[in-house]
Design a protein. Structure first.
Length: 422
C-alpha cells in the first residue's frame, strides 16, 4: 500500500501523549468560606480569609507521584479572581492575605515541587470568569452581558498582565490550561497569541486559539470508543474523527471526589472507589486519551489523607496490571504475532501505534492460539492511536495474533503487549 500523509502530532503533542496521566490541583479562596458561590457575585471572601497554615506543595506532588502522573496542572486563578502568586495586577490575592504575612507564592512553590519530583508543570488561569471583576462567560463584564467598553478594556488588560506574569516568571511550562476557552480579541477578549508565541511557544494548550489538546465533552474521566486523535476543526469536543485533518488528542478530566473540584468538609464518602478509577483508566488512557485526575487540598493546604490513600492504591494497581508484560513486540505491517515460551494465561493486551506516523489503523482483531481449539478471536477494534487497552476473560494461549483489517497506510506498531496480572 502506498504511504499517504496522515495528520501527525507535533513534538510537544507527542510528549504530552506519552505522559498518559496528569494531576490537577484545585485550590482557591472559596474553600475558606463554605457555601459561597462565586456566581452570586456577592459576599466575595476577603484575602484575610485565606490562611492555609500547613501548605506544602511537595506533599501535593506526592499525590502525583503516587498515581504515576508525569504532568501536573495548578489552578493559579479560578473564577473567584483570587491571585495565588505575588502580583500587583489588582489587590485580591496572596499578597493581601494573612498567609505567610502576604509574602507567599503558591505558583512558585508548585513549580519548584514539580522540578523536585520530575513532573512537568502546567498552569490553569481562567480568563472567561472572574468574580472580583464581575465577569462571567464568555469573558465579559457585567456578569457576562458586556455593554461597558471601558471596564471591559480594563479587565482585558488585567488578564493580559496576568498571563504575562504566569507565563514569563516561572520558567518553561509544559501545559497551559484554559477553562471554557478564550474570547477572541475582536469580540472583546485578550490578545494571547503574541504572548504565547513569545513566552511559551513549546507548551501544550487546552482550549483557546493555540490549542494542542481537546476536551472529550464530560468531566467523568472517560471517553467513548472509538476515540481518535484527529478532529475536523480546532477545539472540536468529543471523540474526534478518523477523517479529521487536525491533530488534537483528547483529555479526560475528573474530580477525585464526586461532589466537585474543590475540597469540602465531611465529603470523604464521595471519593471515587479504586474500581471506578480503574474503569476510568481503561476508558481514557485505554481509549487513546490522557487522564487528568484532580486533587483538592484542604484548608490546611494539604491533600487529605483519605485522598492520598486512594491515589496510592490507584498507582499500585496500575503498576501491578501493566508494569510487566509477558510478551511484547513492535514492527510494521498488517500481522503481528506474540510468542509465548509455553501456554500462558492472559487477560489484557494493549496496542500502541507509532503516532509519529499518525493514526493508520482503522480496524483490527486479535486472536489467541489456544492449546485445544486453534485460533480464536478474543477482541476487535477500530481506533488505536497512542494506546488501546483491551481486557477480556482470561484465556490460555500459545500465541496472540493481531490482524489489521483496514488501514490508510502501512501500520507501524510501537508496542503490542500481553499481560497476566489478575
Amino acid at each position: 500500500m502506498s504511504e499517504i500523509d496522515n495528520p501527525r502530532p507535533a513534538a510537544n503533542q507527542l510528549a504530552w501523549q506519552d505522559c498518559e496521566l496528569g494531576m490537577f490541583y484545585h485550590f482557591d479562596i472559596p474553600i475558606f468560606k463554605p457555601g459561597w458561590d462565586w456566581r452570586t457575585f456577592e459576599g466575595l471572601p476577603t484575602p484575610q480569609d485565606f490562611n492555609p497554615k500547613e501548605l506544602d506543595t511537595d506533599q501535593w506532588l506526592e499525590a502525583a507521584r503516587a498515581i504515576g502522573a508525569r504532568y501536573a496542572v495548578l489552578v493559579a486563578k479560578h473564577c473567584s479572581g483570587f491571585l495565588t502568586w505575588q502580583s500587583d495586577i489588582y489587590p485580591y490575592g496572596v499578597k493581601q492575605a494573612k498567609w505567610r504575612d502576604g509574602h507567599g507564592d503558591i505558583v512558585a512553590d508548585f513549580i519548584a515541587s514539580c522540578c523536585k519530583f520530575n513532573v512537568r508543570p502546567g498552569i490553569y488561569a481562567s480568563v472567561s470568569a472572574n468574580c472580583y471583576w464581575n465577569v462571567d462567560n464568555p469573558g465579559l463584564v457585567n456578569r457576562g452581558r458586556g455593554g461597558d467598553p471601558k471596564h471591559q478594556a480594563e479587565y482585558v488588560r488585567s488578564q493580559e498582565r496576568m498571563l504575562e506574569e504566569l507565563w514569563g516568571r516561572y520558567g518553561e511550562l509544559f501545559y497551559i490550561w484554559f477553562d471554557g476557552g478564550v474570547l477572541a480579541p475582536e469580540d472583546g477578549g485578550p490578545d494571547i497569541v503574541p504572548m504565547y508565541e513569545r513566552l511559551q511557544s513549546n507548551a501544550n494548550v487546552f482550549q483557546g486559539p493555540r490549542a494542542t489538546t481537546r476536551w472529550v465533552g464530560n468531566e467523568e474521566g472517560v471517553a467513548d470508543y472509538p476515540c481518535w486523535a484527529t478532529v475536523s476543526q480546532l477545539n472540536e469536543n468529543g471523540m474526534g474523527s478518523p477523517n479529521g485533518t487536525i491533530w488534537q488528542p483528547g483529555e479526560c478530566d475528573v474530580p477525585i471526589r464526586e461532589n466537585g473540584w474543590f475540597w469540602e468538609d465531611d465529603q470523604e464518602n464521595t471519593i471515587h472507589s479504586l474500581e471506578s478509577l480503574m474503569d476510568m483508566y481503561y476508558r481514557s488512557v485505554g481509549h487513546n486519551c490522557n487522564l487528568l485526575i484532580n486533587a483538592n487540598p484542604d484548608t490546611r493546604g494539604l491533600v487529605p489523607e483519605a485522598d492520598m490513600k486512594r491515589y496510592s492504591d490507584l498507582g499500585k494497581e496500575i503498576r501491578t496490571r501493566f508494569n510487566t508484560p509477558v510478551a511484547r513486540i513492535a514492527g510494521r505491517g498488517d500481522c503481528h504475532i506474540l510468542m509465548f515460551p509455553k501456554p500462558q494465561c492472559v487477560e489484557h493486551v494493549w496496542v500502541m501505534e507509532d503516532i509519529r506516523y499518525g493514526e493508520r489503523i482503522r480496524a483490527y482483531n486479535i486472536e489467541a492460539l489456544t492449546p485445544n481449539s486453534g485460533w480464536q478471536q478474543i477482541v476487535f477494534g477500530t481506533s488505536v492511536g497512542h494506546k488501546r487497552i483491551h481486557r477480556f476473560k482470561p484465556v490460555q494461549a500459545k500465541k496472540l495474533r493481531m490482524n489489521v483489517t483496514k488501514e490508510t497506510s502501512t501500520p507501524v506498531l510501537r508496542d503490542f503487549s500481553a499481560f497476566s496480572a489478575l
